[in-house]
Design a protein. Structure first.
Length: 54
C-alpha cells in the first residue's frame, strides 16, 4: 500500500507542477498579448486620428 500512496502523492505533485507552469505561461501569454494589443491599438488609433485630420 505504501508504494501506491507514494505514487499518488507523486502524481498529484506532478499535476500541481503542471498547473503552476500552465498558470505561469498563461499569465505570461496574457501580458505579451496585452502589451502587443495596446501597442497596435495606439498605432491604429494614431493612424485613424491623423487620417481624420487630413
Amino acid at each position: 500500500m505504501s508504494g501506491i500512496s507514494e505514487l499518488c502523492v507523486g502524481f498529484f505533485s506532478l499535476i500541481d507542477l503542471i498547473d503552476c507552469l500552465l498558470v505561469m505561461l498563461g499569465v505570461f501569454g496574457v501580458c505579451v498579448w496585452y502589451r502587443w494589443g495596446l501597442y497596435f491599438f495606439f498605432i491604429w488609433e494614431g493612424g485613424a486620428v491623423r487620417g481624420e485630420q487630413d
